[in-house]
Write a protein that binds this ligand. Structure first.
Ligand code: HMH
Length: 207
């Protein structure tokens, strides 16, 4: 079972993770401002949580995976600066309650350290691949949102996702059947959380 097999085995789940009226609104400019603001602030908190979760994955990683995971951590620190600057320029406070949907996703990522490494790296790849696919569906994006579309569709980001995929492919290739089953479950959980994240930004989400 490879990362590509996971995408092929769960097409409907993946579609819900990566297609949403939010993204259609980014593409055609019809996105309600409120939805965009909610997304910006909550995604900042998501990345705040992803950074330490990924540090645990790095701590568990085999030697060949260290560079891509470490470079990803540096990238996330830069992304936090980027979010802070966007919030500042829009007059948005980042001192808000973290939405339960965002909190649940981050808690899940923090809990990855309890799982076999193959599941950890599969989940991390799925998380980033989801953003690559989701924002690609909004490309090139209405002028107001183009910078955000470019952020997650630029070649450097696609290369990073490909690097994570190579790590996940190696880990899954040498995993036991039960480790592979755990990795598939983690993949599905990530896809579910991604879909819920879009719902949250759009409608306030389910609490
Ligand atoms: C919800 N998923 C979500 N936010 C992100 N920034 C990414 C994935 C990619 O880092």
């Amino acid at each position: 079972m490879s990362p590509q097999d996971l995408l092929a085995r769960h097409p409907e789940l993946w579609r819900r993770a990566t297609r949403h009226p939010f993204l259609d609104g980014v593409r055609d400019g019809s996105l309600p401002e409120e939805a965009f603001r909610r997304w910006l602030v909550q995604d900042y908190h998501f990345v705040r949580g992803l950074l330490p979760a990924q540090a645990y994955v790095l701590a568990a990683s085999p030697r060949p995976d260290q560079r891509v995971l470490a470079s990803g951590l540096v990238g996330l620190v830069g992304e936090l600066d980027w979010f802070e600057e966007h919030a500042r320029s829009r007059g948005l406070s980042l001192e808000v309650a973290v939405h339960p949907t965002c909190r649940a996703y981050v808690d899940f990522l923090r809990g990855l350290r309890e799982l076999p490494y193959a599941a950890q790296i599969t989940a991390l790849w799925a998380c980033e691949r989801a953003y690559l696919d989701a924002w690609s569906s909004a490309s090139p994006g209405a002028p107001a949102y183009r910078e955000f579309v470019e952020h997650w569709t630029q070649p450097g980001f696609a290369e990073y996702v490909a690097g994570l995929e190579a790590c996940a492919r190696r880990a899954l290739g040498s995993a036991s059947p039960s480790e592979r089953a755990t990795a598939e479950e983690a993949f599905c959980r990530v896809a579910d959380y991604e879909a819920a994240f879009w719902e949250m930004t759009w409608e306030g989400g389910r609490r």
